[in-house]
Ligand binder design. Structure first.
Ligand code: CMP
Length: 149
């Protein structure tokens, strides 16, 4: 089923010049990028994006890390996009993530874990709405679409 999802490149990966390599993995897999922008998030945007974690012991660290520099928000569309992007990202705790995944290849930490990926279709819709304004996600067809699905 065609789904939309969000992959956010976190400040550590931006500072480490990993943006291009992460974007390439999405393209190489065959998913379509429908939105792309660098943003310095506000405290309120971080609180909305991570509303389910506000109040947890690790939240102040998470919030200050996400505010520490620009992020890159990527809107993605494709067959089973939510699950596929979660698999490409790897599990949350980078040292335990499998080699071949983004976190497994580039991360060594739980907070500085390179990327955030939405975990469900409805959640993706909510998170995309925080990082992209109306009209910033683009509808178009890729010419290679029949070779992918
Ligand atoms: P992310 O996928 O962005 O979702 C929430 C983030 O909180 C997670 O990645 C981690 O970077 C961060 N985090 C820090 N400590 C914890 C923890 N104990 N459990 C889960 N997530 C944590």
């Amino acid at each position: 089923m065609t789904e939309k999802t969000l992959l956010m490149i976190k400040p550590d990966a931006v500072q480490r010049s990993l943006i291009g390599r992460i974007i390439s993995r999405i393209e190489e897999k065959g998913l379509k990028i429908i939105g792309l922008q660098m943003l310095q998030l506000t405290e309120s945007q971080v609180d909305q994006l991570y509303d389910i974690h506000v109040g947890k012991t690790f939240y102040p660290l998470l919030q200050s890390f996400i505010l520490s520099g620009p992020i890159v928000a990527i809107g993605i569309q494709g067959k089973n996009a939510v699950k596929v992007i979660r698999k490409l990202a790897g599990i949350t705790n980078s040292p335990e993530a499998e080699p071949g995944t983004i976190r497994g290849d580039y991360g060594l930490d739980l907070t500085k874990n390179i990327v955030h990926a939405s975990d469900a279709v409805e959640r993706a819709q909510y998170e995309l709405s925080i990082l992209f304004k109306k009209g910033e996600l683009v509808e178009y067809e890729l010419i290679n679409k029949n070779w992918i699905k």
